[in-house]
Design a protein around this ligand. Sequence first.
Ligand code: ZN
Ligand code: ZN
Length: 446
Amino acid sequence: MSNTYTSGLRHKNTHRRTNAPIAAKKPHDIIPALGDSIRIIPLGGVEEIGKNMTVIEFKNDIIVVDAGIQFTDDDTPGVDYILPNIKYLEDRKDRIRALVITHGHLDHIGGIPYLITRLGNPPIYTREFGALLIQKRQVEFPHLPPLNIRIVEASDKSIPITPDLKVRFFGLTHSIPDSTGVIIETPYGDIVNTGDVRVENENGVPAEKEVEQYKMFKDRKVLLFTMDSTGIDKSGFSPSETSILKNIDSIVATAPGRVILATFASQVERIVEFLKTAKRYGRKVLIEGRSMKTNVEIIKHLNLVETDHIVPIEDIEKYPPNKILMVATGAQGEEFAALMRMSNKTHKFIRLQRSDTIILSSSVIPGNDKAVEKLKDNLFRHDAKIITYLDSDVHTSGHGKRGELEWVHKQILYKYFMPVHGSHFRLKMHAELAANLGCPRENIIV
Ligand SMILES: [Zn+2]
Ligand SMILES: [Zn+2]
């Protein structure tokens, strides 16, 4: 092998006029000059789900949207999570003017502690809920310099970042408070990034607040539209969050004993509603799971809902079973999460009993099927009542299905379209949707 390599080199040298060493390629040899163009580089989040990060470059300035991590799976044993490759930005960090955050989920903010100093610590523009999550996470990295966070309201007018570029947020619906889309205003028109999005609706008719949220696009000149593709492979509209909450409310109303609600900690808006439901039926609330506790602390801090009925888990025996509602992580069958520990009798404080009602308010993420089967087996051994999204509408995704995405497309008149936040087949399906709605195929970037 090494012989072949050497002879290859020798052969190459015969064609060179000098014996001077070959200069390494510099980045500007490979990447064409920008000129008057706008350059957009997704550093993550396309052809994959996770580590969302997009670069927008114009003249001497760069704005970065999101800085997420990607969660790992069976294909990446021993790896905790994956960061986007930011070499391009590190080489140009003196030109980065802003990091703009769409919302506080880890696939959009999780990379900040690892990347922000490598980016030159630019100001971070975010809504309040995202800011609190970013700060909470940053506490675990005390060696890092303080972050330069600028909290923005959805209703704020455009914020000038450079003489040519402005940033504007617009409210939309996802599953965490303060979810926003981002508009980068450029001399050529708007670059619109929805972040993660769904459309609240009643049997396929978008709610009034949705119509209101997108009204601002009526007179805007959108150069490029980029949008979440996670739910594109599911047709129609999702069940409404309102109907989900109504179903859960009626289950809680008639439950004979304790109610254990398991969902993703990232479903913050739903957790707020669970707290209201518990209050309505005079139930004390127990919060189980580290990420769940973190998010509930922020809910408390922002006074989003009454929280005086939250009690520590150690006090569980002080209340009758029909006065208890527990909100826990672990609906995906995660090995050490609260629900799994309850199911396999290793939880420090809780033993499941026949009168318990357990609601898995989540779908099964592809890849977790086996773990969820195991969890359900374990739960059913206790003869408690188990309700999943297959039995009743107790979950709806934060990512809109195809009908919802199509409706959003129809609210925004754009020239170019780039589907993001999805595997390759999802991006292609989303491209097809845009083409069917009249976007010329040469204007769609996959
Ligand atoms: Zn999200
Ligand atoms: Zn996301």
